[in-house]
Ligand binder design. Sequence first.
Ligand SMILES: [Zn+2]
Ligand SMILES: [Zn+2]
Ligand SMILES: [Zn+2]
Length: 198
Amino acid sequence: MEQSRYFGYLCPKCGVGVTAGRTVFSLQAAAARMQCQCGQSELRVETDGVKFRLWVPCGLCGKEHQAELSAEALLQGRGVGLACPETGALCCYCGQETEVHRALARLALTAAKDKENAEAFTDNVIMYEVLSELRDMAARDGIACACGSHRYTMKVRRGFVDLTCSDCGGTLRLSAATDEDLDDLCCHMALTIPGGRA
Ligand SMILES: [Zn+2]
Ligand SMILES: [Zn+2]
Ligand SMILES: [Zn+2]
């Protein structure tokens, strides 16, 4: 029975896990290309007879990574993982079919978690920008209430900030979740809290 080796990576274009197998014979005989079903990324393997060179589309950082493996590492044993130099996580796996499928499932999970973290982080960056904008405004004495007071308290919540007048209790709620919220705030030189009671 002819022996096969499998390759797995996460497509940086469509996010799908790609696995493909090639016989050891064909890997030694010619360069191999394994394309994603979307047609927008492909993993390439070439050999000079001694070592193998791989070009791996990286589903974690979106770049293409080059790696060199000995024939022994690529063609024998359970398999070998390649790490993304940008994120430090495994982005490609070559070896036995079951190992490749297992590694790819883990990889898809890592990518999903990274995306979640990135979204939470964007949120924080905007909140940070909004707060520093408010600080600048306060420094110019640009925040006041319609009742005439310049004393207020600021409460930070997830996705928005409440400014409450210390004298009349009037409240101004500012969204702080998206780029638009930030642009919106930056247009204002001053903010007025609508007065609470007359
Ligand atoms: Zn794809
Ligand atoms: Zn990468
Ligand atoms: Zn007031």
